[in-house]
Design a protein around this ligand. Structure first.
Ligand SMILES: [Zn+2]
Length: 221
């Protein structure tokens, strides 16, 4: 599955989760921004992916150490990333915790910007805003963050399972790849899914905003 389809599927699910749980506005915003980015994170196992290229040489390191569509495309990998993030949120001000949180949030936000075509060579303010935002989120991380990491990564893996190639979901216990083989990456069927996710995202975010507005204190005279 292409990066933009992964990111759009993340946005669609985030919109649904925010509406279904009636998330407070700041949490909803974190989901809308975070989940599409974390839905690109598993491909950090490939140096040429959106995630692998997001922070230059730094984000390229995992791609040299890991095998593509193995560690980060398994339930074990998702658990490790989620647990590391949860421990980092708990550890708070420790430098290693802040470094981990900053790294994954920066990779996720920069990858999402690229996936949606929001970065050009001329406009640097969005990537700069993403890096400043990553610093803010790392310093003020809440429990929404590990939830967003797990949700985004699982959405990504599901996206790869439905395309040809599949994922070794139960690695390291078995390297058997699970695949549904619905369509090939970058095929017309994938484009259809992409547009479906975009439409669902618009409807989801719109209905979240409508519900949030209707329940605002003072909106019922
Ligand atoms: Zn992948």
């Amino acid at each position: 599955m292409m990066g933009r389809t992964h990111a759009a599927s993340g946005l669609a699910v985030a919109a649904f989760v925010a509406t279904a749980t009636n998330a407070p506005p700041l949490d909803a915003l974190a989901l809308f921004i975070g989940v599409p980015g974390f839905a690109l994170l598993p491909d950090i196992d490939h140096p040429k992916s959106l995630a692998g290229r997001s922070l230059g040489g730094l984000s390229g390191i995992p791609g040299r150490l890991l095998r593509h569509r193995r560690e980060t495309h398994s339930f074990f990998g998702v658990s490790v990333f989620t647990a590391l993030t949860a421990v980092a949120v708990w550890a708070g001000d420790h430098w290693a915790a802040l470094a981990w949180l900053w790294f994954i949030v920066a990779v996720a936000s920069l990858s999402a910007l690229r996936a949606f075509g929001l970065t050009t060579r001329r406009s640097v303010w969005l990537p700069v805003a993403a890096l400043v935002g990553a610093t803010y989120v790392a310093a003020n991380a809440s429990w929404t963050l590990p939830v967003a990491v797990a949700t985004g990564m699982l959405i990504h893996i599901f996206g790869d399972v439905v395309t040809r190639g599949g994922c070794p979901l139960l690695w390291p216990f078995t390297s058997r790849r699970f695949q549904l083989n619905w369509f090939r990456t970058n095929s017309p069927v994938e484009t259809l899914f992409l547009w479906a996710f975009v439409v669902i995202s618009f409807i989801g975010i719109g209905s979240y905003a409508a519900v949030a507005y209707a329940t605002l204190p003072g909106s019922h005279p």
